[in-house]
Ligand binder design. Structure first.
Ligand SMILES: [Fe+2]
Length: 434
């Protein structure tokens, strides 16, 4: 079928969505145009391209792009396409282009901002309309590129909100992540895990603040952790983190869920990696912050305990354990998740090691926890392909959400507000209202 705006609007109700939003390839293609063709999407971190010519390839929606450090010191984001025959100019991956890009097909060259440098044997173009100064013969840049504290976002739309306005209520999560460094800066370090999920990209966003699943889906990992903990006097942090998923419903009910415009949000509370008074790693980290910012500010920075911030369309930064799970839609039923870990510049190495431990333990392909989720994401995809029903429920605490500046907050931590908020934004994007 071809979707009219009316038929798209009918897919999202205030308390449920039609399953075709997860399963219809035509919807997926519309999302690539109307969401990923407009929103600010995270391209990567500036620290991934520190030197002139350094590049990192990635995907903005269904578009192959290159994030590159130009000779002007600025970060550019270009479509990975040579204007001659259309070949991808660089293979997917990271590298250094030197002073210019050179297409491996016919050696057309381009400056690091994508502008045309040269095509071999220029005389062959004499008398044709070939014009090296025309954008038609350059690598095209994405319409807008902005960086917020080192996090580079690109938008394929020339018009729209500024990056800071777009980030709105979750900008403070990026601030907190960076402020945890005594130098106020982070850098990608420790490699990147990649996990391919057999499910639609939206399912992962919904799971990030889905508190009702934790003690059901993760039963096998938290019961194992609890059993293992019996052999220790004090439960190690590794087991404590897994154990947390086994908290009873009453625990999750007390959490706060914040939901902002454009589908963003964050969750407050949950796992503190350790108290300043008792945990030596947290203590030494705190001391570096006191030296840099003073005691009061250091307490405020460490006291902001957010879990799984959502930047809708880009992924999920985690402030306390310094990582960014970047979510890349590949197909209607395939999603690539890249887990970037960050070093807090100037903070003790043990803080970085703790972040790596969390990434290994919770998010990596060999994690004890993530496979639980991936199994369920796949089941949602498969179940929604059956004729067993058409609607997906988001009824929990529907109609009770409270407005806050730039968004809504839940009255109960088990609310399905985050999912409703994401689909509210989804609908606005899909109807061209943002
Ligand atoms: Fe989970």
């Amino acid at each position: 079928m071809s979707y009219s705006n009316e038929s798209i609007a009918e897919l999202v109700r205030p308390d449920s969505v039609h399953k075709s939003v997860y399963t219809d390839p035509e919807i997926f293609q519309l999302e690539m145009d109307r969401i990923y063709g407009h929103a600010w999407i995270y391209a990567g971190h500036e620290s991934q391209v520190p030197k002139v010519g350094d590049y990192h390839t990635t995907r903005i929606g269904d578009q192959d792009v290159i994030m590159v450090r130009g000779t002007d010191g600025k970060v550019h984001v270009l479509y990975n396409r040579c204007p001659h025959k259309g070949a991808m100019v660089v293979a997917r991956g990271d590298g250094n282009a030197g002073k210019f890009f050179r297409c491996p097909y016919h050696a057309w060259t381009f400056k690091l901002d994508g502008s045309h440098l040269a095509a071999p044997i220029r005389r062959g173009f004499e008398g044709t309309s070939f014009d090296p100064s025309s954008p038609e013969f350059s690598m095209r840049a994405l319409a807008r590129v902005e960086s917020y504290r080192g996090f580079v976002f690109a938008s394929q739309a020339a018009q729209g909100p500024s990056l800071t306005d777009f980030l709105g209520g979750v900008r403070s999560s990026i601030d907190n992540l960076c402020d945890r460094s005594p130098e106020g800066e982070v850098e990608v370090a420790g490699g990147v895990f990649k996990v391919m999920q057999p499910s639609n990209w939206k399912v992962f966003y919904e799971n990030l603040h889905d508190t009702m699943h934790a003690n059901v889906t993760h039963e096998s990992s938290y019961t194992s952790a609890r059993k293992q903990a019996e052999s220790f006097d004090k439960m190690p942090l590794e087991l404590h983190i897994m154990d947390g998923n086994g908290e009873p419903y009453e625990f999750w009910e007390k959490l706060s869920l914040m939901a902002f415009d454009y589908g963003h949000g964050y969750m407050e509370g949950i796992f503190n990696p350790g108290a300043i008074e008792t945990d030596p790693v947290t203590r030494s980290h705190f001391e570096t912050l006191v030296e840099a910012y003073g005691r009061e500010r250091a307490l405020a920075i460490m006291g902001e305990n957010r879990h799984n911030t959502i930047i809708y369309g880009s992924g999920s930064p985690h402030t306390v354990f310094q990582q960014f799970r970047v979510i890349r839609p590949i197909a209607v039923d395939r999603t690539l998740v890249e887990i970037q870990t960050f070093r807090l510049k100037g903070a003790p190495e043990a803080v970085f090691k703790r972040g790596l431990m969390y990434a290994n333990l919770i998010n990596s392909p060999s994690s004890n926890v993530m496979p639980d989720d991936i199994e369920l994401y796949g089941r949602c995809q498969q179940g929604n392909m059956t004729r067993g029903g058409d609607w997906v429920s988001q009824h929990r605490y529907a109609g009770t959400d409270k407005p806050i500046e730039g968004g809504m907050t839940s009255i109960n931590g088990t609310s399905e507000l985050p999912m409703r908020n994401q689909f509210n934004a989804w609908k606005q994007y899909m109807l061209g209202q943002v």
